[in-house]
Design a protein around this ligand. Structure first.
Ligand code: PLP
Length: 406
C-alpha cells in the first residue's frame, strides 16, 4: 500500500513558504534536506528541558541527557545493522568522519609506498583527506575511472587492486550524477585483496536501506543533515576490531582513561574517538529524523523519490536542448543536466525567480566534471516530499528560460 505523501509534506514547515511570490519548490536535497517538525522540536526540547553536559555528571539532568544520547547510539546501530553500539562514533558529519578515519588509519596502517583507491565520482570530502594522508605518508592515490554514463569501470578497478592497496574509499551514491555504485562487489573484491573499505554514505542513508553487516564494509560514513536530521552531526561506523586498533584522531576530554604527564591511556570504544563535549542536542534530533524515516519505511520513501526522478528524467529527455549528465544503470535522487547555450549559473538564478531551488556548479566533485569535459551542471535532487507537480513547475520554468535565451 502506498503512503500519503501529503502527510509527509505537512511535517516540513519550511516548505509552506513562498519565494519570489511562488510556492517554494526545494530541489536541493543532495546539499541538505529540510527538517520535519519533530526534528525542530527536539532541539528546543533539549535546550528547554534537559541541557547539560553528559557522561561526567551525577546530577539528574546530566544522567537524563547521557541516557538519551547513548540510546541514540543504539538506535543508529540498529538503523544501519551494526553489531554493537561501540561501532558507532559520533562526528560532525561525513567530512569529519572521513578526516577522522584518514588520520587514524593513516597513523596505524599506512606506510610509504602503500596505495589508496578512490573513484572519479567522489565528492571532494572523499578525495582530499586521502590526498593529505598520501602526502603525509608518501603513499599513492589510485583512481577508478568511470564511463560516459557515470558508471564505475569495475574491470579497471580489478586491475588497480594489488598487494600495496591498503584501502578502497568509494561513495555509495554519487552526489553529482546520482549513480548508485555496486558497493557490495567493490567491497568483496577489496577484501579478497586484503584491503580495507570505507563507504561514503552521505547520499545513501536517506534513499537506501543500509546494512553494514550484510555489506561487510569496514567503515561507513554519513551526515545527519542529508537525512532529514540537523546539521553538525554525523556518524562513522567502523568494525569494532579495527576501531580498537586505530590511533585516536583528536586528544582531549572524554577520550582518555587516565592522564598523567608521563603517560596517558585512552578510553574504550567509541569514546576514544569522541574528544570534547559532544553535540548532544543534534544527536537527539537525529534520533527523531531516523524515527521519521522508519515511520514511513525507507523503501516507501525511496519509491516516492524514484517515481519523481523517473518522471523528471522522461520529461527532460523530450526537451531537445537539455542534456542529462549521468545516465548510470542505477540512480538515486539526483538529476544533473545542462541546457545548451545557457550557463548553469544563469539557469539556477532564473529558476530561483520562480521559487525553485536547485544547485549549480561542480557540486564539490570537480574531478568527475573534468572527466566529462564540463565545468558544472544544474542539479535537481529529490527527497520524499517532492512531487511530480513540482517537476512540472520546473519544466515550465525551464521552457521559459530557453525562450528567454532564444
Ligand atoms: N560525500 C558526499 C557524496 C556528499 O554528497 C557530501 C556532501 O554533499 C559529503 C561527502 C560531505 O558531507 P558533509 O558536508 O555533510 O560533511
Amino acid at each position: 500500500m502506498g503512503i500519503d505523501q501529503n502527510s509527509i509534506i505537512a511535517q516540513f514547515p519550511i516548505l509552506k513558504q513562498q519565494i519570489n511570490k511562488f510556492p517554494l519548490v526545494y530541489f536541493d536535497n543532495a546539499a541538505t534536506t529540510q527538517k520535519p517538525q519533530c526534528v525542530i522540536e527536539s532541539l528546543t526540547d533539549y535546550y528547554s528541558n534537559f541541557n547539560s553536559n553528559i557522561h561526567r555528571g551525577v546530577h539528574h539532568l546530566s544522567q537524563k541527557a547521557t541516557e538519551a544520547y547513548e540510546q541514540v547510539r543504539a538506535q543508529i546501530k540498529d538503523f544501519i545493522h551494526a553489531n554493537s553500539s561501540n561501532e558507532i562514533v559520533f562526528t560532525k558529519g561525513t567530512t569529519d568522519s572521513i578526516n577522522l578515519l584518514a588520520f587514524s588509519i593513516g597513523e596505524t596502517f599506512i606506510e610509504e609506498g602503500d596505495e589508496i583507491i578512490v573513484s572519479e565520482l567522489e565528492h571532494h570530502s572523499n578525495i582530499v583527506p586521502w590526498q593529505m594522508l598520501c602526502q603525509r605518508k608518501k603513499a599513492h592515490l589510485r583512481v577508478i575511472p568511470v564511463n560516459d554514463e557515470g558508471d564505475l569501470l569495475i574491470d579497471e578497478y580489478r586491475k588497480l587492486l594489488n598487494k600495496r592497496t591498503r584501502l578502497v574509499a568509494v561513495g555509495h551514491v554519487s552526489n553529482a550524477l546520482g549513480t548508485v555504485n555496486p558497493i557490495k562487489e567493490i567491497i568483496d573484491l577489496a577484501h579478497q585483496n586484503n584491503s580495507f573499505v570505507l563507504i561514503d554514505g552521505a547520499q545513501a542513508v536517506a534513499h537506501l536501506a543500509v546494512d553494514v553487516k550484510a555489506l561487510d564494509c569496514d567503515f561507513y560514513a554519513f551526515s545527519g543533515h542529508k537525512m532529514y536530521g540537523p546539521m553538525g552531526i554525523g556518524v562513522l561506523y567502523g568494525k569494532k576490531h579495527l576501531l580498537e586498533q586505530l590511533q585516536p584522531y583528536q586528544g582531549g576530554g572524554e577520550m582518555i582513561a587516565s592522564v598523567s604527564f608521563e603517560k596517558t591511556t585512552y578510553n574504550e570504544l567509541p569514546y576514544k574517538f569522541e574528544a570534547g563535549t559532544p553535540n548532544v542536542a543534534d544527536v537527539l534530533a537525529l534520533s527523531k529524523a531516523i524515527e521519521f524515516i522508519q515511520k514511513y519505511g525507507i523503501s516507501n520513501l525511496a519509491k516516492l523519490e524514484s517515481e519523481v526522478l523517473e518522471y523528471a528524467t522522461e520529461e527532460f529527455k523530450k526537451i531537445k536542448r537539455i542534456k542529462i549528465v549521468g545516465t548510470a544503470k542505477r540512480k538515486a535522487g539526483v538529476l544533473s543536466f545542462l541546457i545548451e547555450g545557457v550557463h548553469p549559473y544563469d539557469v539556477g538564478t532564473i529558476l530561483d525567480q520562480f521559487g525553485i531551488a536547485v544547485r549549480t556548479g561542480n557540486h564539490c566533485a570537480e574531478p568527475i566534471m573534468t572527466r566529462l569535459g564540463i565545468r558544472g551542471t544544474i542539479r535537481a535532487s529529490f527527497a520524499a516530499y517532492n512531487t511530480k507537480e513540482e517537476v512540472d513547475r520546473l519544466l515550465k520554468a525551464i521552457h521559459k528560460t530557453i525562450d528567454m535565451f532564444g
